[in-house]
Design a protein around this ligand. Sequence first.
Ligand code: PMP
Length: 420
Amino acid sequence: KARFVERNATSLKLHAEAAKSLPGGNTRSLLHTAPFPVFLKSGTGYQVLSEDGNTYTDLVGEMTAALYGHSHPLIQSALISTIQHTGLNLGGNTHHESRHAALLCSRFDLSLIRFTNSGTEANLHALAGAKRFTGKRKVVVFTGAYHGACYMFPADSPAENVVDREDWIIAEYNDVEDARKKIEESGDVAAVLVEGMQGGGPCIVGTHEFLHQIQTSAKKVGAVFILDEVMTSRLAPGGLQELEGLNPDLTTMGKYLGGGMSFGVFGGREDIMRLYDPRDKSALIHSGTFNNNTLSMVAGYAGLSQVYLPEVSREFNKMGDKLREKLQELSQGTKMAVTGRGTIIGIHFLKDGKKDIKSYRDKKDDSELRELFWYEMLADGFWITRRVSIALILGTPWEELERFASCVEAFLKRHEGLVK
Ligand code: PMP
């Protein structure tokens, strides 16, 4: 810790400055780290540079949104050209939005979609659509779920800032029978909203059986099955839906699909999405000044049409699997557990060493060990979230990921007494 303060003296000053106008110097709770956060100055490719002059290999990957890395040349040139020749937000329809929409529909097998500014909003509007479509009110979600800034379900009750608190029914993640019962027997269920892998876990993988059971139960009672792919859409060319053979009624996405700009999208079945058709007088209204801003549309399209092609997605996620397997090997006989799929990986330190993590509740987190890991990985030059999750960036050399694995191995050896 002493070394951390010494290495990040400029950040300490900047944090004190920031705290004068932002509570705790912070405007994204997840980014706060004690004793103070490291301030970043810039990013290039798979690296970020701190205000203290330290370069890090970026394993945060902006929680999956920075898939293309920092300032990808193709996306950068699409943005510059748009700024120079088009404008930022024109206040009218443009072909940029329809072009990106058509690509997203074909890639993720969706009939109709609408754009938003964030994943949170995508879920908000998908839920509004589901409630109108079914004429019902309740929504089944799962313990440990994160569906956005006002949709957090850390335990048995919604987080304090969750909207419409009485509308939620919370079932146990990966518990087939509990999910079946709550969906089929609660009555008044408009939607079932689920992540195929819970990002906040970090990275608790939904089993194939569980995901298919809730899809079946939702369809059986006429509830809208909404798959939140805000994080998982990068795991295969057609998202986790393709990997698991799921057929959601609606899908919500965001993150990298805006090419690194603010972005969200929801859509799916034509009969549900038609509720938003403004040619119909009773249509649901969905507004948002920046929904079709040209920069998000152009950056998202450039990335998905020119960079993250289906074959690239497959190869990239294979690299993630390889890293996860390597880390899993290293973790044998220790309190460390490794979860995730493809390019999204979670590292856990567990007090009881029980590694079969099927739900948030299974985790007896050793937070001191986790914190120590975080400090030491930073010192080794890896930018990583405190909780500890990894979202790989395209173009990160495999040798650098091997170096990360070696540093993890050295950490486990150095603290043998603590990790066994
Ligand atoms: N759903 C999931 C599964 C997410 O991981 C996130 C963001 N981490 C969101 C929704 C919300 O997206 P945004 O931060 O763009 O509002």
